[in-house]
Design a protein around this ligand. Structure first.
Ligand SMILES: Cc1cc2nc3c(=O)[nH]c(=O)nc-3n(C[C@H](O)[C@H](O)[C@H](O)COP(=O)(O)OP(=O)(O)OC[C@H]3O[C@@H](n4cnc5c(N)ncnc54)[C@H](O)[C@@H]3O)c2cc1C
Ligand code: SF4
Length: 328
């Protein structure tokens, strides 16, 4: 049985208290929400904070406010089950509820939060193993070792961004609000993710993710398609989020974002270029899917053969865009 290492557990009641505790704890401190990612990582000795600070009692982080006409603010401690069931999210942002419904299992969604999902650790077959297994291969670059077993000549870690909601948030242009003892800052979701499996977030460890702001739904639509082995429960090994805004049958804005194939979400700008300014028809959809296929370069470090996952980037982009075309 894998046991948690020893740590101090803190339960602040206000944001000011939470950011003060983590500032005082320094590099030994880490926030926890539902713990469905952090605690398994601690059991595998991949992350070893000495002070663990719960964000579940911070009132503001548990609220959902607004709607599609004004924009919606979701506190980061809102659980995935609450996201799946919320009537406003289902009415105005169905893509968010739908992507959340594909995450892990009902029990884990009761514990796991939307904030924890956006800050999920990157994943790799050589890393998501217990301590003894990793010791058996002399560890790897991401933790305790000095070689990447996926690309042995590489000085970079290629562990994969594996959250279902990240590509969706990037595609729809969500904004993320952080707090620390130095004040607040707001970043575009796209700006948070770094293409490096070790330094995968452009954020300081002492920054608390407070809320996610979804833009008003002024005519855009979005969809999400997920590839995984078991339909009932598995991380994505490819996720495609497609976003489209039409005016008089012409595409005036578009985004296709792939998750599950690289250390950060991959924005297929070439797909947007072939769609924007043209009518939303099957030729344009096919060309956008081809652009996703060309740009997708999955590596051999998750489930399924990577060449097949690359082929699926085309198929799943087609599915996502066709779904939007049918709605339109
Ligand atoms: C069996 C299994 C299957 C899973 N399947 C999927 C899947 O299909 N898709 C998927 O996307 N995920 C999956 N997950 C991962 C995980 O359950 C979810 O991503 C969940 O949303 C994580 O949320 P959490 O609140 O539990 O995060 P936690 O474990 O509490 O935290 C995750 C990270 O975020 C940080 N953090 C949390 N909240 C804050 C905050 N407010 N401010 C700053 N830092 C914060 C923590 O320090 C930690 O680094 C799975 C997990 C398991 C165990
Ligand atoms: S990609 Fe390489 S360095 Fe990163 S976790 Fe996998 S084996 Fe380790």
């Amino acid at each position: 049985m894998m046991r948690l290492p020893k740590f101090d557990y803190r339960t602040p009641q206000t944001i000011a208290e939470a950011v003060k505790i983590i500032a005082d704890a320094g590099p030994e401190g880490q926030f926890v929400a539902g713990g469905t990612d952090l605690y398994p990582n601690m059991k595998r000795r991949q992350q070893m904070p000495k002070t663990v600070i719960s964000v579940m009692r911070l009132g503001e982080l548990n609220q959902i406010t607004g709607d599609g006409s004004r924009g919606l603010r979701i506190g980061t401690s809102v659980t995935l089950t609450e996201v799946c069931d919320d009537p406003i999210i289902n009415r105005d942002y169905p893509v968010v509820a739908r992507a959340a419904r594909t995450i892990s299992t009902p029990i884990l969604r009761n514990m796991g939060t939307i904030g924890g999902n956006l800050l999920l650790d990157t994943r790799c077959n050589y890393y998501d193993q217990n301590y003894e297994w990793r010791k058996g291969i002399n560890f790897c670059l991401k933790k305790d070792g000095d070689v990447c077993w996926v690309a042995p000549g590489s000085s970079k870690c290629w562990a994969v961004q594996s959250s279902d909601l990240v590509p969706v948030m990037v595609a729809i242009g969500a904004k993320l609000r952080f707090a620390s003892t130095l004040g607040e800052r707001v970043v575009d979701a796209a700006g948070l993710y770094n293409d490096d499996g070790i330094e995968y977030l452009r954020k300081r460890p002492d920054e608390l993710l407070v809320s996610i702001d979804l833009p008003p739904t002024n005519g855009w639509r979005a969809s999400y398609q997920k590839l995984r082995r078991r339909g009932s429960f598995d991380f994505p090994v490819l996720g495609v989020a497609a976003y489209i805004k039409l005016e008089g049958g012409v595409v005036i804005d578009a985004k296709v974002v792939l998750g599950g194939i690289a250390p950060s979400p991959v924005d297929i700008k070439e797909a947007a270029s072939v769609l924007i300014g043209k009518s939303f028809n099957s030729d344009q959809i096919q060309a956008a899917a081809e652009a996703a296929y060309i740009k997708a370069r999955p590596l051999d470090n998750t489930d399924f053969v990577y060449q097949w996952r690359k082929q699926m980037a085309r198929q799943y982009t087609l599915r996502a865009l066709k779904e939007l075309a049918i709605e339109a």
